[in-house]
Every structure is written in C-alpha cells, then in structure tokens.
Ligand binder design. Sequence first.
Ligand code: HEC
Ligand code: HEC
Ligand code: HEC
Ligand code: HEC
Ligand code: HEC
Length: 287
Amino acid sequence: MAQIFDRSSNALARASLVLTGLIVIALGVTLNQLQRSPWVTRQGQRPDQPVPFSHKHHVQGLGLQCQYCHVTVEKSSYAGIPPTKTCMNCHAQIWTNAQLLQPVRQSWATGQSITWTKVHDLPDFAYFSHEIHVNKGLGCASCHGRVDQMPLMYAQNTLQMEWCLNCHRNPAKNLRPTSEIYNMAWSKPTEDRPVWCSVGAEKSGVPTAQSVNCVTKDPAGEGPQMASLQMPVGGANGLVSDVAAAKLPVLPAYQKFTSQDDLGKFLVKHYKIRTPRELSSCEVCHR
Ligand code: HEC
Ligand code: HEC
Ligand code: HEC
Ligand code: HEC
Ligand code: HEC
C-alpha cells in the first residue's frame, strides 16, 4: 500500500501546528486586550439615559454641590442617585414644558422612578465604599474626573482591579485635605499655592481626619493684623498684652506644605491611612 502521507505532508502538519499555536497566542492576547478595552470596561462611554442630564449645567453652571443630589456619599458605601423629587425642587418651576424633561414629569406624576443606566458598576464580588474614601481625603475628581465639565456622564477610569491597586499601593500621591474633596479644580500644592495644616485633639466618634484642619490661605496673615489693632489701645498697659499672650498659645500650629509629597506623608500619618501592604491584601476588597 502506498504511503498515505508523504514526506511533504509531514512538513505541512508541523507548519500547521506552529500556525495553530500562533493563532492561540494571538487570540489570548486579543482577549486580554479586549478585557481591558473600553468596549468591555465601558470607560469613556456615555450610555443613553432617559433624560440627558448635564452635570456641567447643574454643577458648573448653577453651582450645585455634589451632596445636594448624592446625599449619602459621606456616610454610606453608595453615593446614591437622587429621586425625582430632587429634580422637581426646581423643575416644577423651571423648564416646565421642555420635551427633554418629559420623563421627569412623568416619573413625578406616576411615582415611578426614572431608570438611569449605571455608568459605574463593579461586580458584586468586589467591595467598595464611598464613606471611607471620602472621609480619608480622596476627592470625587480623583476617581470620577472633572464631573463639572461633563455634559453627559461617563466613566473616567476603568474601575478595574489594577486601577484600585495602583492607588492603594501609594495612596499618598492622591490624598488631599477632606475640606477639598468636592473641589473639582483642586490640584496638588506648589510653591505658589501652598497648603497649611494643623492637628488638633482627636474627637471620639468621628473620622480621624476631622482632627486635622487645612487651609489654602496663609493662617499667619491674621496674626500681625490683630497685634497692630491691639497696640494703640494697650500700649505699655500690661493688661492687654497679658490678654494677647494668653490668646497666643490657643492658635494651632500650622505646618506649611508646598509639594504633594510632603502633604501626602503628613495626611497618611494623621488620617491614619494603612500601609500599602495592608491596603493591597486581597481581603480588603474581596470579603
Ligand atoms: C442636580 C443633581 C446632581 C448634582 C448636583 C450632581 N449629580 Fe451626579 N448624578 C445626578 C444624576 C441624576 C445622575 C444619574 C444620571 C447620569 O449618570 O448622568 C448622576 C450620576 C453621577 C455619577 C455616575 C453614576 C453612575 O451611574 O455610575 C457620578 C460619578 C456623579 N453623578 C458624580 C457627581 C459629582 C462628583 C457631583 C459634584 C461635582 C455631582 N455628581 C453632582 C445628579 C446630580
Ligand atoms: C437647583 C435647581 C435645579 C435642580 C435641582 C435640577 N435642575 Fe435641571 N435645570 C435647572 C436649570 C436652571 C436649567 C436650565 C439650565 C441652562 O439652560 O443652563 C436646567 C436644565 C435641565 C435640563 C435641560 C438640559 C440642560 O442641561 O440644559 C435637563 C434635562 C435637566 N435640567 C434635568 C434635571 C434633572 C433630571 C434633575 C434631577 C436629577 C434636575 N434637572 C435638577 C435647574 C435645576
Ligand atoms: C476612590 C474612588 C472614588 C471616589 C473618591 C469617589 N467615587 Fe464615586 N464611585 C466609585 C466607584 C468604584 C463606583 C462604583 C461603585 C459600584 O459599582 O458599586 C462609584 C459610583 C458612584 C456613583 C453611582 C452610584 C453609587 O453610589 O454607586 C455616584 C453617584 C458617585 N460615585 C459619586 C461620587 C461623588 C459625589 C464623590 C465625591 C464626594 C465620589 N463618587 C467619590 C469610586 C469613587
Ligand atoms: C485614588 C486612590 C484610591 C483609589 C483609586 C481606590 N482606593 Fe480604596 N482606599 C484608598 C484609601 C486612601 C483608603 C483608606 C485607607 C485607610 O483608611 O487605611 C482606601 C480604602 C479602601 C477599602 C477599605 C474599606 C474599609 O472599610 O476597610 C476598600 C474596601 C477599598 N478601598 C476598595 C477600593 C476599590 C474596590 C477600589 C477600586 C474600584 C478602590 N478602593 C480605589 C484609596 C483609593
Ligand atoms: C483595592 C481593591 C482590590 C484588592 C486589594 C484586590 N482586588 Fe481583586 N478585584 C478588585 C476589583 C474592583 C475587581 C473587579 C475588576 C473588574 O470589574 O474588572 C477585582 C477582580 C478580581 C478577580 C476577577 C478577575 C479579574 O481580573 O477581573 C480576581 C480573580 C481577583 N480580583 C483576585 C484578587 C486577589 C487574589 C487579590 C489579592 C492578591 C486581589 N484580587 C486584591 C479589587 C481588588
């Protein structure tokens, strides 16, 4: 019987094996890319919403605070999406005939909530809480970007594990005073724009961050002014200078920061942020 496979088909088989191998690798790479692609993570996409709600108009234009609508962001894991009632506080009077707002009026009339499409949606097996992040000095913009400039909401970041870990491995570079968490335009301190912070006594029952007080205007600016006000009145009179002396120690000692490095280190210490190692352990997010 003649050979069914001649020598050349052997070479062919080998070639096709190599080819299959290459295809499998290529497929793997593609799938891996795909898994990180905006198509899967929905990063940057603006999903269709029942109402084209504009953060730009309502935040930047009208000056509304985030907490006006996302009322639970500081005290719960969920920031919350506002009920129709919140919109009607204004839209019962403004733009009452606008076609764009028809779904809002309908929701108000029927009592059925507006079905917003989620822009950010972590899988259930990953634990996340707004409360701790916001109370430890992470601004909305650090994770959500310049929401005040978004005509339609989209996800600025992937929300993938690598993104979370990237910050958990070095939180200092993203920390800001808790008084600035809603400040969309906040940027790290520099020589020209320093930040001053003081540490007071810790209060019980409130986040540790509340014992730290930071300001963006030189707190010493008021000192000399007060002294010059008192001078003409008191003069050599011991009484007034006694009063001034008694007041001085009460003023908290402010430390000046001109770089994110120094401010970050200070806040890590006084906000009692865990070490990068502790923050990267699996149980933190997978419980
Ligand atoms: C007037 C009410 C209002 C104000 C003020 C407001 N928001 Fe919203 N926000 C909404 C509504 C309604 C939605 C849901 C529709 C959408 O996604 O655009 C939303 C959605 C979001 C989402 C996406 C939610 C998701 O589906 O993942 C983020 C993030 C967000 N807001 C952040 C902010 C921040 C940060 C501020 C302050 C700078 C702010 N919002 C101020 C009403 C408001
Ligand atoms: C504090 C008052 C106030 C609240 C609360 C408010 N709006 Fe508005 N909204 C306005 C005003 C004023 C305008 C007109 C803004 C403009 O044209 O610059 C407007 C405009 C709009 C528009 C027209 C498109 C645009 O952005 O210009 C839509 C849609 C809208 N609002 C939806 C909502 C929804 C949904 C909510 C509730 C989540 C809401 N608004 C809450 C005051 C408010
Ligand atoms: C450390 C990053 C981080 C910070 C800081 C942060 N967010 Fe979020 N936000 C997220 C993640 C992650 C989700 C998705 C949560 C989920 O799917 O369970 C989310 C979801 C939301 C949602 C959708 C509704 C919800 O509660 O899930 C809103 C609204 C929102 N954020 C508003 C805000 C506002 C306002 C601030 C500032 C006060 C803020 N976020 C600060 C990461 C952050
Ligand atoms: C920009 C920085 C940053 C990003 C991004 C970030 N985190 Fe955090 N996270 C922190 C800091 C800071 C803390 C507070 C650490 C502390 O108090 O020790 C924290 C704490 C936590 C905690 C601990 C909560 C608790 O009660 O113990 C969890 C869980 C968590 N983050 C989950 C996530 C997840 C999930 C993501 C991504 C979707 C994420 N974080 C993204 C900075 C960040
Ligand atoms: C800071 C929070 C955080 C920590 C710490 C963390 N993860 Fe995750 N992990 C996530 C988030 C968020 C997702 C969901 C990512 C997504 O939706 O793409 C995830 C997804 C996963 C997945 C699903 C596959 C994938 O990549 O989507 C596995 C498996 C996983 N994590 C294992 C671990 C292990 C093992 C550790 C410890 C070495 C760990 N994680 C530590 C936040 C975290």
